[in-house]
Design a protein around this ligand. Structure first.
Ligand code: AMP
Ligand code: ZN
Length: 139
């Protein structure tokens, strides 16, 4: 299904032009308009899912295989030194466009791309609580 007011539905399905690196029947891969680094791309499924929670398993599996293919080609094309794959779910996690997408971010030795976090500490209390709560939920 496409969502009427979703910009990534329109881009993925070619209704809005984009800098397209790759397209097949399920996905379009485009260059991000606000790149974190040179070559930052987005994998967009053509079918609308708001986030990973909603994404069909089959599409999720294909998306990761496609990510592997694109970053391998882009690494050869751009000569980058590494890659981050980022995928945000929910506003609290920084998601601004609510159509599932994967960020493919080339990394260059010494670049200033800020994707880090402050390292915390796993306390015994947190560890026990999380393990207990997770195990008590259904798959
Ligand atoms: P997120 O914060 O994970 O939802 O990422 C949304 C990404 O989409 C950001 O990196 C934006 O720069 C990018 N973006 C938003 N609109 C467009 C657009 N029309 N074409 C290409 N990239 C876009
Ligand atoms: Zn959409």
């Amino acid at each position: 299904m496409k969502k009427e007011d979703c910009i990534f539905c329109k881009i993925a399905n070619g209704e809005i032009p984009s800098a397209t690196l790759y397209e097949d029947e399920n996905f379009r891969v485009i260059l991000d308009l606000g790149p974190a680094s040179k070559g930052h791309a987005l994998i967009l499924p053509k079918e609308h899912s708001a986030n990973l929670y909603e994404l069909p398993d089959e599409t999720a599996a294909k998306a990761l295989i496609l990510a592997k293919k694109i970053i391998s080609r882009m690494t050869r094309a751009l000569g980058c030194d590494g890659y981050n794959i980022v995928q945000n779910n929910g506003e609290a996690a920084g998601q601004t466009v609510h159509h599932f997408h994967m960020h493919l971010i080339p990394r260059y030795q010494g670049d200033q791309v800020g994707l880090g976090w402050q390292v915390g500490e796993l306390t015994d209390a947190d560890k026990n609580e999380i393990l207990e709560k997770f195990q008590s939920t259904e798959d």
